[in-house]
Design a protein around this ligand. Structure first.
Ligand code: IVH
Length: 676
């Protein structure tokens, strides 16, 4: 049979199955006997086994027998089931506590005790007890109205049907989380996408006998309405819950102070992988009930509680496309466009694939189902691919041989130092020739650590580029403002502001300027070193004339990689033109030099071996403070070689040959009139 036909037949059967399910689960009017229904289901499963590409996580056969019913009675919660605000950082917690203190009009010294409880990622439930007897069990629903799932909840061993303790309140709505342990989920993997879905699906079965088959657990943590509860804080309440026969979380704790909350958070995050249930954060609750009452709620969340989410989160989604982006240095970065998915409170639709090697290693393809991880502020990335879910007609991803932006050949460089072929493929064009590289260079030029032109963000760079207002950095200083004023979204005032912020930046330090040029391997630190070395823009610019690149190697921190990159920058005629044009419009401040009248004036030093009681970094700054310089290799330019413990013999030999002074640490200190 042809693929199309198989697919058509399969989809027809799925449609029918959905119809039978609806009749049975939602309308309680089954159209097939149980035996016939099972046979029909098996038929579909057989097709899926034979043609595995047909089956997806949405397949109703995965849900069949576990399909949640829509037929439960709706019941209002006497006290709404609230949700929680989220915190992702220490700052969020500081703000949370500050707001509480402000609200209570307490000063900074006021200490608040919290009940800290791991946040289980399951399904919340409300259990209403009257005179010690479980009367009703509800799902959360929308928070104000839940579903009556009493009979299903009664099948859970962790939920007591009767509580006969004398201090158990006459009436109480005990609330907690229904979940499946990871070890139990292993056996249910084929039927549900994740433990949370498994818990939710099993809880909402039409027949409680189906719920009973699933090893659901319950952990209690709060209460709704009550009559006769004689407890005054959360920690005591949690203790009482366990006295009454409810399970509580073994990792619950009482903590004061943000620093201690963070410590506990870090410890728990480490333990997380070893715990047999999924937790996605920690809930912090003001311990004192009277204080909770004073604080009350904002919208649908209490002011007295917050969920501190774990930063690393994973989710499963589909790769819709693989896009290759071109960066400022010509690096081609593949990015997976994924079906948008919420990971830890952030909607993710892109995931980096790093480079060509990474795609090949993991054999990542368009159409694949992937596990995506988002950790902190880092760009989300793909952890793994589910090969089982790969579509049969999927094709290996071929990395482009030509730059997607300018069509130049793409290359992988050979790194002479590491003697390895680079993992990154690059556009081989000369910078500004490639549109994408140009735009990225301009974005870098105006960025915060570079020219930092206020109000001139990435979007404006893109817009002005499209309108052909800018192509090279110097164009930023020659904008035709009368044209900008006429653009949508711009007016006299915003243009005036733009003129002001651009004019302001015409005065620039040499180090910022060097950094802004975006020379590969020249970041902020190296730009600083270079500016100290050249001291003026004209000296830097004339490097192409002097060709004294070897000299650069003497700057501590600048190596062959950097020098080669600077060389190729100056070999490019467009770059030279950019420098000349910038010189015309900018006033470049000279680099601030250390006072040059110190004891080590005009002297250069190099250390070999370990020093006593002083780090290399500290020694370097000591030399510089006294107007001396450090260099990175033995050459004619070196004046003193300082030898410490276990020096490199070769360096001493070379120094002696060149008649360089070889001194020890004590002799060096004496030069500064110091004893070490
Ligand atoms: S207290 C009044 N405590 O988190 C605060 N909730 O986003 C709300 N959850 O729907 C309930 N562990 O499903 C509370 N120890 C815990 C919790 C917890 C998990 C869940 C619960 C709730 C959601 C709030």
């Amino acid at each position: 049979m042809k693929i199309d036909l198989i697919k058509k037949e399969y989809l027809k059967k799925l449609k029918l199955l959905n119809h039978y399910n609806k009749k049975y689960y939602d309308e309680s009017k089954p159209e097939l006997s149980d035996a016939d229904y099972d046979l029909f289901k098996k038929e579909i499963q057989k097709i899926e086994e034979k043609y595995s590409f047909l089956k997806t996580l949405d397949s109703p056969t995965i849900q069949v027998g576990f399909k949640p019913s829509k037929n439960f009675k709706k019941v209002s919660h006497k006290i709404p089931m609230l949700s929680l605000a989220n915190a992702f950082s220490e700052q969020d917690l500081i703000n949370f506590e500050k707001k509480i203190k402000n609200y209570l009009s307490e000063n900074d010294n006021f200490t608040i005790s919290y009940s800290t409880e791991p946040k289980i990622d399951g399904i919340s439930a409300s259990l209403i007890y009257k005179n010690g007897k479980l009367e009703k069990g509800l799902s959360r629903g929308d928070g104000t109205e839940g579903e009556d799932i009493t009979e299903n909840l009664k099948t859970l061993k962790d939920i007591p049907r009767k509580v006969l303790h004398k201090d158990f309140p006459q009436e109480i709505d005990i609330r907690g989380e229904v979940f499946i342990q990871n070890s139990d989920f292993k056996n249910l993997k084929d039927k549900f996408a994740n433990p949370r879905n498994a818990a939710s699906g099993s809880l909402r079965q039409k027949n409680p006998d189906d719920t009973r088959k699933i090893p659901l657990k319950f952990i209690a943590y709060t209460f709704g309405h009550e009559k006769g509860l004689l407890i005054y804080n959360q920690i005591d309440f949690l203790k009482k819950l366990s006295d009454w026969g409810f399970k509580t979380n073994p990792f619950n704790k009482k903590i004061t102070g943000i620093k201690n909350l963070i410590k506990n958070y870090n410890e728990l995050e480490k333990k997380r992988a070893d715990i047999d249930f999924d937790i996605d954060g920690i809930v912090y609750k003001v311990n004192d009930f009277a204080m909770q009452k004073r604080l009350g709620n904002v919208a649908s969340a209490p002011r007295w509680a917050i969920a501190h989410k774990f930063s690393s989160n994973k989710a499963i989604s589909k790769i819709l496309d693989i896009e290759v982006q071109v960066g400022r240095t010509g690096a081609l970065t593949p990015v997976a466009k994924i079906k948008p998915i919420n990971i830890g409170g952030v909607l993710v639709s892109n995931a980096t694939l790093h480079n060509e090697d990474e795609i090949n290693r993991k054999d990542i393809r368009v159409g694949d189902t992937a596990v995506i991880e988002r950790a902190g502020d880092v760009i989300p990335h793909i952890l793994s691919i589910d090969i089982k879910k790969r579509l049969k007609n999927s094709k290996k991803f071929i990395f482009p041989e030509y730059c997607p932006s300018c069509g130049s050949k793409t290359i992988k460089e050979f790194n002479k130092i590491t003697k390895k072929v680079d993992a990154v493929r690059r556009c081989s064009s000369e910078g500004y020739y490639c549109d994408k590289i140009s735009i990225e260079k301009l974005k870098h030029f105006v960025s915060k650590e570079a020219f930092n032109i206020e109000g001139f963000g990435k979007k404006i760079v893109e817009n002005f580029w499209k309108l052909k207002f800018i192509k090279y950095p110097q164009d930023i200083f020659k904008l035709d403002y009368s044209k900008i004023e006429k653009l949508d979204g711009w007016g006299q005032l915003s243009v005036k502001n733009l003129i002001y912020s651009i004019d302001q930046k015409k005065n620039i330090s040499l180090e910022r300027l060097i950094y802004s040029l975006g020379i590969r391997h020249i970041g902020l630190e190296n730009a600083k070193l270079l500016s100290k070395h050249f001291t003026s823009f004209s000296k830097f610019k004339n490097l192409s004339v002097q060709s004294d690149y070897e000299d650069l190697l003497n700057i501590d921190g600048i190596g062959e990689t950097q020098v080669n990159s600077i060389k190729s920058f100056f070999l490019n005629k467009t770059n030279l033109r950019v420098l000349n044009e910038l010189e015309k419009v900018l006033v470049v401040k000279k680099a601030i030099q250390n006072s040059d009248n110190g004891l080590l004036k005009n002297k250069t030093f190099l250390v070999t071996g370990k020093l006593n009681g002083i780090s290399r970094a500290e020694l370097k700054s000591l030399i510089e403070k006294n107007s001396g310089k450090t260099v990175s290799s033995v050459s004619k330019k070196l004046n003193y070689l300082i030898i410490g413990d276990k020096p490199t013999k070769k360096k001493i030999e070379n120094a002696k040959q060149l008649r360089i002074n070889v001194i020890n640490q004590a002799e060096f200190m004496r030069m500064l009139n110091k004893t070490s």
